[in-house]
Write a protein that binds this ligand. Structure first.
Ligand code: CTP
Length: 412
């Protein structure tokens, strides 16, 4: 695939180096097109070495090759990271006064801009209007992350992590319309990862959930405009997704408390977490030792089913009746029934609106970047989610959530 990585003139330009590497390491052909001011932050030689191709900023280099037209025309994907306030303004205005802006005018492939700037600049009405203009033309403008900016400031305007930009860019290659702004104004709660139920100060009962699917759901929902709260258990050290409020919890009971806190405000709740069904009945105050006092067995007690509790809360009116509730099921099937038979029974038992079903076992689903499965609806609908990245599947699940939300809004 031919990828153009545009780099604007901001301190986050150094992070574009990791992004360029991700593309080249995955076998893609990269042309880096920095602005002149980006070269104040990262030298041309770095970009040329990382991409293995010449780097120009103006339209008068290599004139016989006509790069100001060719690069954009031939690209399969254009990613700009960081996109500064000035660059967004130039692109919204349709300028073609350097190689990067000319490339963006000629590109007909998916275009993803990852803004990074100080919070005041990001929140300025001029920038907001430029972002709206670009989005209305089909350009994907990512929500920036919050957190530490250059100097002492913190706030919205940080460049999302290069891995996250890479994942979202590849999502656009899988599906060009994967990031519509159809969740603006919606509050979405997502749970992810596994809970750990302590046994003593050093041991716990846990599970193999990586959290990747839940994190992908939170990330994609946020980039589709939702106000997202991610209630995260243990994961394989995933970084917090950009533009998502993350609440870290450890046990099933803590997850339940957090879900109950955020559920009344939510338009949709997606229970992707692998919540432990049982916990040790007592937590030993000191490490359980071998020897005379060692326990013969460890009694367990049932944790509440958080998902079923949400459905009950909706029935009793303590959360909105319009709240869309999504459950997950990991099934293996056995001699009494296949994966879908068990999943249909689980959907009916749990009473949620949508159930995402994954076939597990033999290295499927857990700890991998790809996933596949089915989506069952309480209206009897069943669709295959198909093979794809966890981000792509997240998008398909969110499409179904949007469809339920829209049908409920239309009924009101
Ligand atoms: N879940 C939950 N609270 C629990 C256990 C599970 O909210 N204490 C949610 C999960 O987040 C998931 C769904 O329920 O969305 C399905 O979980 P699963 O463990 O597969 O369901 P179980 O009812 O425990 O079914 P099984 O008998 O197959 O274990």
């Amino acid at each position: 695939m031919r990828v153009v990585v545009g780099v604007g003139g901001g301190i986050a330009a150094y992070k574009s180096c990791s992004l360029i590497r991700s593309f080249t390491e995955n076998g893609h052909h990269v042309r880096v097109v920095p602005t002149e001011s980006a070269l104040e932050f990262v030298g041309r030689a770095t970009f040329e070495a990382l991409s293995g191709s010449p780097v120009h900023t103006g339209v008068f280099a290599d004139v016989p090759e006509v790069p100001h037209v060719r690069l954009g025309q031939e690209a399969d994907l254009v990613v700009v990271a960081p996109a500064t306030a000035d660059l967004l303004a130039r692109l919204a205005g349709g300028r073609a006064d350097d190689l990067l802006s000319a490339t963006l005018l000629t590109a007909r492939c998916p275009v993803l801009l990852a803004p990074a700037m100080h919070t005041e600049m990001w929140e300025h009405p001029a920038t907001a209007a430029n972002v709206d203009t670009l989005r209305s033309r089909g350009v994907v403008v990512l929500e920036p992350a919050s957190g530490r900016l250059t100097g002492r400031d913190t706030g919205s305007g940080r460049l999302p992590e290069p891995d996250e930009i890479f994942g979202l860019a590849m999502l656009l290659v899988e599906r060009a319309d994967a990031l519509p702004r159809d969740l603006v104004g919606r509050k979405v709660v997502v749970t992810a990862g596994g809970t750990r139920e302590p046994l003593d100060p050093v041991r716990f009962l846990g599970n193999r959930s990586s959290g990747k699917q839940g994190y992908a759901l939170a990330r994609v929902a946020a980039q589709r405009g939702a106000d997202v709260t991610l209630i995260a258990g243990f994961t394989t050290e995933l970084p917090d997704p950009a533009a998502v409020d993350v609440v870290h919890v450890k046990t099933a009971q803590q997850m339940q408390t957090a879900v109950r806190k955020f559920a009344p405000e939510a338009d949709a709740i997606v229970m992707a977490a692998a919540v432990a069904d049982f916990r040790p009945a007592t937590i030993a105050g000191s490490k359980i030792k071998k020897g005379a006092n060692e326990p013969d067995s460890i009694p367990l007690v049932r944790n509440d089913d958080i998902l079923a509790g949400l459905v009950d809360a909706r029935r009793s009116g303590s959360i909105e009746t319009s709240t869309v509730i999504v459950g997950f099921a990991a099934e293996t099937g056995d001699e009494h029934g296949d994966v879908l038979t068990y999943a249909r029974a689980k959907l009916a038992r749990k009473g949620c609106d949508l159930l995402v079903v994954n076939a597990v076992g033999d290295g499927k689903a857990f700890e991998v970047d790809h996933n596949n499965g089915w989506l069952l609806g309480s209206d009897g609908s069943e669709s295959a989610l198909g093979e794809g990245s966890k981000a792509l599947l997240a998008g398909r699940v969110l499409d179904a959530v949007v469809a339920v939300l829209d049908s409920t809004s239309n009924q009101q």
